[in-house]
Ligand binder design. Structure first.
Ligand code: HEC
Ligand code: HEC
Ligand code: HEC
Ligand code: HEC
Ligand code: HEC
Length: 218
């Protein structure tokens, strides 16, 4: 009987099967890597901005307090991003001709706010409030990392649900005096837990129900 398929067809079938199988393994490996990687949580990624604003320079070297630019952070849910005139309080005198600052001058001239792109954002179904944390003595660095060393802003900590819950289960050892919330170098030599527990009493931090779903999903 004449061969219906040439001998080489068998070989091709093997090659195709081999590629298919290999591809599936590669896809699976890629999923595992992505799931674990920073890609899912955006950790460590920078974002394009109208002006390459440096926290390292302004907050680190110049030591401008966070609240000078994020002035709602103690009272509101949102910290707030600085309006153009906050930049211009210095840059109308400093670096007035710099190309890098052209979008800031243009924003002032046209009365159009600068459009900063957000770096850290929670999904809409999560409730968050800055003021409550700041007043309980939770430092910016607990959630945003060493901002004073960031030439460009990036997300230093994952801020996922388990990240929030880690602290909500046991906030005491992560509290500090309110005066030090924006201090990027604050440290405590001694019994941090006992110190934190005293702060909890002082600031009337209600422990206990902080892990209830409705704290963050309402
Ligand atoms: C309290 C004063 C002050 C404020 C407010 C301020 N800056 Fe600056 N900025 C400076 C100084 C000082 C320098 C550095 C000049 C130098 O090193 O020669 C600088 C440098 C810069 C540079 C040059 C690149 C760099 O970082 O070295 C950019 C861009 C810049 N600022 C953007 C901004 C923007 C945008 C705002 C508003 C969100 C702002 N600045 C607010 C004081 C200020
Ligand atoms: C001179 C003004 C200025 C100071 C001081 C400053 N910031 Fe900012 N901050 C900005 C501007 C402008 C942006 C938006 C551009 C960017 O993301 O870099 C920003 C963005 C941020 C963001 C990211 C917000 C988002 O979701 O996009 C965080 C977090 C932040 N700042 C924290 C801090 C902390 C913590 C300090 C104090 C250690 C601080 N900032 C000091 C001007 C300032
Ligand atoms: C308990 C964690 C936590 C602490 C403490 C904290 N932040 Fe945030 N911050 C967040 C989260 C989460 C977001 C994103 C909020 C959202 O998308 O609704 C955010 C967003 C921001 C933003 C961007 C937009 C906005 O207006 O909310 C700025 C600016 C900011 N934080 C600055 C600060 C500064 C300055 C401090 C310290 C005084 C601080 N944060 C303390 C968790 C924290
Ligand atoms: C490092 C510690 C810490 C981290 C991280 C943290 N929290 Fe909190 N959070 C607290 C403390 C402490 C309180 C209690 C404040 C009080 O009772 O005075 C609180 C209170 C809250 C409240 C209650 C606000 C109200 O209505 O009174 C919400 C909502 C909240 N946190 C959301 C979040 C979310 C969402 C995250 C993660 C993105 C987060 N928190 C991460 C320490 C933390
Ligand atoms: C301290 C704040 C906080 C508390 C308490 C909390 N969540 Fe969340 N939850 C979050 C944050 C933040 C996210 C967003 C996670 C992200 O973007 O990766 C989230 C996401 C989720 C999601 C979306 C799926 C996912 O995992 O990304 C579900 C479902 C959820 N939460 C259910 C619950 C339930 C049920 C409870 C009570 C047992 C609860 N949460 C308590 C902060 C909280």
């Amino acid at each position: 009987m004449a061969q219906l398929f040439p001998r080489s067809a068998d070989m091709w079938l093997r090659v195709v099967l081999f590629l298919l199988f290999g591809g599936l393994i590669a896809l699976f490996a890629a999923c595992v890597v992505l799931q674990r990687s920073d890609y899912r949580t955006d950790e460590g990624w920078t974002v394009d901005q109208p002006v390459p604003f440096s926290h390292e320079h302004h907050a680190g070297v110049l030591k401008i307090d966070c609240r000078y630019c994020h002035d709602n952070v103690e009272t509101s849910a949102v910290a707030g991003l600085p309006p153009t005139h906050t930049c211009m309080s210095c840059h109308s005198q400093l670096w007035t001709g710099a190309e890098m600052l052209a979008p800031v001058r243009q924003s002032l001239a046209q009365g159009e706010p600068l459009r900063w792109n957000r770096v850290i954002e929670l999904p809409d179904y999560v409730f968050f409030h800055h003021g409550v944390h700041v007043n309980a003595g939770v430092g910016c660095a607990e959630c945003h990392g060493q901002v004073d060393r960031m030439p460009l802003m990036y997300k230093a900590k994952p801020l996922t649900m388990s990240g929030c819950l880690d602290c909500h289960q046991d906030p005491a050892p992560r509290l500090r005096p309110r005066e030090a919330v924006t201090d990027m170098n604050w440290q405590y030599e001694g019994d941090r837990r006992a110190f934190g527990e005293a702060l909890m009493r002082k600031y009337h931090v209600r422990a206990g129900n902080l892990t209830h779903c409705y704290t963050c999903h309402r």
